[in-house]
Design a protein around this ligand. Structure first.
Ligand SMILES: Cc1cc2nc3c(=O)[nH]c(=O)nc-3n(C[C@H](O)[C@H](O)[C@H](O)COP(=O)(O)OP(=O)(O)OC[C@H]3O[C@@H](n4cnc5c(N)ncnc54)[C@H](O)[C@@H]3O)c2cc1C
Length: 446
């Protein structure tokens, strides 16, 4: 009998496997594709590889605006994918080597529970003392007429486009839709975002939501809010969207990207056969990530929001450590999140609306990126840094819009994690000129 059987070799599954091996547990892990999960094959890594390419394009545009005689031919999408493919295959090789060197048995194929101690994969039955479900999530496609037409893509299909569409309608103003909208706009695609809600990026702080709308429009991205979709239809040149919120109004583009969120993957796992409780919102777990069957655990996207790779990894490690007799609880309040738009958005802790809803007495401070020398030097001053803090000046939430915000936010995440008055960090010296100095400017202002 194996100590730990794992379904899903994404960040949740493979981090659990590696941690479990460190503690001497035997591990067999199953996945339908080579290890890496959504994050590596179709999620974080492909999108950030393309974000990097887009950043280079924007650098060229900046030089052209300075009058430099640089000309760029039409975008060859297949060639641009090369950056993504290199990154994905390098990292896939790294993950596989790590797992192999650690002694994790990896089986390629669909796996499902047959009862609470057994998993069937490729006709072979495996017995486990403990089981971890890390099956991830899938793109949610809303029930709209025409959603299955070939010109309607989800974030997975987008990666197999052979040529760049001249125009794209992005349905959904969440982080996946926004990231691809900004990336593709940088390559010259005419992008329209349509969102059912009254703002973009609704889970973000309200100042961020308002600002990203301004920046999207500045990029030339058309944004329609409060929109209800009637149907998608094929046209001679591409696709069209009929709006019920504005009868008679039709939007046309070569392709449609549907980015309306993701749902936990709970089907096809044999959960009922093992007596594991779940709902469409995910597999039900307690604080230790035990399901309704205590020796069956679940982590990552399959247990619901927030669906972030680093959250999945920490939960995977938590389970492996628990099995090894070490208790470790991820600090959910201190999980940083990043959105790779232009500029990047990063946050840790609560939004101002969250703080208001909790009835905590608070103050906010906001510094424009224009106050940062490096931002001015590189002519990238769109953005701001906002903090929300309590009466003792302990940080409740931080929200940053700036180039490299995803990197800078980790310093703030440490301040958040420490839960000490921010004034205690005033004397931490920051190098000049750096974008990180915005944190020092903020601390000095308190
Ligand atoms: C476009 C996009 C961009 C993203 N960008 C970011 C980002 O920048 N930062 C971030 O933190 N997160 C990002 N995410 C989210 C991130 O990818 C997920 O949160 C993360 O991958 C979840 O890890 P996981 O281990 O829970 O599941 P997954 O990575 O989804 O892995 C689950 C694995 O289980 C396998 N599986 C499922 N069921 C079975 C079965 N029955 N048998 C065999 N195998 C099975 C699947 O094949 C899959 O490989 C992005 C997602 C997308 C789609």
């Amino acid at each position: 009998m194996v100590d730990l059987l794992i379904i899903g070799a994404g960040p949740g599954g493979y981090e659990a496997a590696l941690e479990a091996r460190k503690h001497g547990l035997s591990v067999t892990m199953f996945d339908e594709r080579p290890a890496g999960g959504t994050c590596l094959w179709v999620g974080c890594i492909p999108s950030k590889a393309m974000h990097h390419v887009a950043e280079n394009y924007r650098g060229i545009a900046q030089l052209q605006a300075l009058g430099q005689p640089i000309t760029v031919g039409p975008v060859d999408l297949k060639a641009l994918w090369a950056q993504k493919n290199n990154a994905v295959h390098t990292l896939a090789g790294d993950v596989s080597s790590l797992l192999q060197n650690a002694g994790v048995e990896v089986k390629l194929g669909h796996a499902q529970l047959t009862d609470d101690h057994h998993i069937l994969c490729n006709g072979v039955l495996y017995e486990g003392k403990n089981i971890l479900l890390a099956s991830g999530s899938f793109p949610f496609m809303p029930p709209i007429n025409g959603i299955n037409l070939p010109g309607v893509l989800d974030s997975n299909h987008l990666l197999s486009l052979q040529t760049l569409p001249a125009s794209l309608i992005v349905v959904g103003g969440g982080y996946i839709g926004l990231e691809w909208a900004f990336i593709l706009r940088s390559f010259g695609v005419k992008v329209t975002i349509i969102e059912v809600l009254p703002s973009l990026l609704t889970i973000a702080d309200e100042d961020v939501s308002k600002r990203i709308l301004v920046f999207a429009k500045k990029e030339g991205i058309e944004v329609l809010l409060n929109v209800q979709i009637g149907s998608f239809e094929k046209t001679e040149t591409g696709m069209k969207v009929n709006l019920t919120s504005d009868p008679g109004r039709v939007l046309e583009a070569e392709k449609i990207l549907v980015a309306t969120g993701r749902r936990p993957r709970v089907e096809g796992l044999g959960l009922d056969k093992a007596g594991v409780q779940y709902s469409p919102r995910g597999i039900v777990v307690n604080a230790l990530k035990q399901t309704s069957v205590p020796h069956i655990y679940a982590v990552g996207d399959c247990i619901g929001n927030p669906m972030l790779a680093h959250k999945a990894s920490f939960e995977g490690r938590q389970v492996a450590m628990h099995l090894a007799g070490i208790e470790f609880q991820p600090d959910y309040s201190a999980i940083p999140a990043a959105v790779f738009t232009f500029p990047e958005i990063a946050s840790v802790g609560l939004t101002e609306a969250d703080v208001r809803a909790k009835g905590i007495a608070y103050e906010t401070k906001r510094i424009p990126l224009r106050a940062n020398c490096k931002a001015v030097a590189s002519d990238q001053t769109d953005g701001f840094f906002k903090i929300i803090y309590d009466a003792n000046k302990v940080l409740l939430g931080a929200h940053l819009m700036a180039p490299q915000a995803s990197v800078i936010m980790h310093e703030v995440a440490i301040l958040f994690h420490e839960k000490k008055p921010l004034t205690e960090w005033k004397n931490v010296i920051h190098a000049h000129p750096t974008l990180s100095e915005i944190v020092q400017t903020m601390l000095h202002s308190l």
